[in-house]
Design a binder for this molecule. Structure first.
Ligand code: PGA
Length: 254
């Protein structure tokens, strides 16, 4: 499988900025085609225009959120069916910004994962510890709890991405040490084996482990390897042409 690069544009790029950045990326497409799997997650207001532009490209479209029902009176929410109509194939769930500012809990995240899988949209599940939990030595407890609750009863026929994103590393310019990210990635793998009672050979095409949190063109090579951490979820560095192409150029050369 090619290394994975997920660009999370958060609420930072409006429609014209999203189109402009995507156009810059499309100019370089031939360099990355067949070598990287690039998933762009813009704001909802940019999804339609970007889906039109990506129709004949090798890049994929992801959403930053979804509601947990297919349809109904849920003012302001976006259904997975609406995402599918726009050819969205991936969706971030459980991002720490939504867990903390929007009070999304594991029960809700679990339901979102289930409805995404039902609609053939691959969830990109974010998990990770806060600074305090880390200082208290609870990193692995937190990861274990989130995996158990978020994946409860989830049986998937499509890949689920699990992004290890330490909350304190997000947007801080201060990523986790690569050895620690690998240690947590191994722990995630072990827990998935336990949860699903299958060996890694059987699970490895179903669960793809990623790292996210202050990834930059300088450090991206420290995180991605062919075996354990298959790619990255990138916020800040994916939102500007120079740093985005910088990351992708390093990733394609690994
Ligand atoms: P960051 O964000 O790369 O800006 O730290 C990562 C994320 O929020 O997914």
């Amino acid at each position: 499988m090619q290394p994975i690069f997920i660009a999370n544009w958060k609420m930072n790029l409006n429609l014209s900025q999203s189109i402009e950045l995507l156009d810059e990326l499309l100019k370089e497409e031939s360099k990355f085609k067949d070598k990287l799997k690039i998933i762009i997650c813009p704001s909802f207001t940019s999804l339609y225009s970007l889906s039109q532009k990506l129709k004949h490209s090798s890049f994929y479209l992801g959403a930053q959120n979804v509601y947990l029902k297919d349809r109904g009176s849920f003012t302001g929410e976006i259904s997975p069916l609406m995402l599918k109509e726009l050819k969205v194939q991936y969706c971030i769930v459980g991002h720490s910004e939504r867990r903390s500012y929007l009070k999304e809990d594991d029960e809700m995240i679990n339901q979102k994962i289930k409805i995404l899988v039902k609609n053939n949209i691959s969830p990109i599940l974010c998990i990770g510890e806060t600074k305090k939990e880390r200082e208290q030595g609870f990193t692995k407890n937190k990861i274990q709890n989130q995996l158990e609750q978020d994946l409860k009863g989830v049986i998937s026929h499509i890949p689920i991405f699990i992004a290890y994103e330490p909350v304190w590393a997000i947007g801080s310019g201060n990523p986790v040490k690569s050895e620690e990210a690998k240690d947590v990635a191994l722990f995630i793998r072990k827990k998935l084996i336990e949860l699903y009672n299958q060996n890694w050979e059987e699970l490895k095409s179903k669960f793809i482990i990623l790292y996210g949190g202050s990834v930059s063109k300088e450090n991206i090579k420290d995180f991605v390897d062919k075996d354990l951490i298959k790619g990255v979820l990138v916020g800040g560095a994916s939102q500007k042409k120079e740093s985005l192409l910088g990351c992708l150029n390093v990733l394609v050369s690994l």
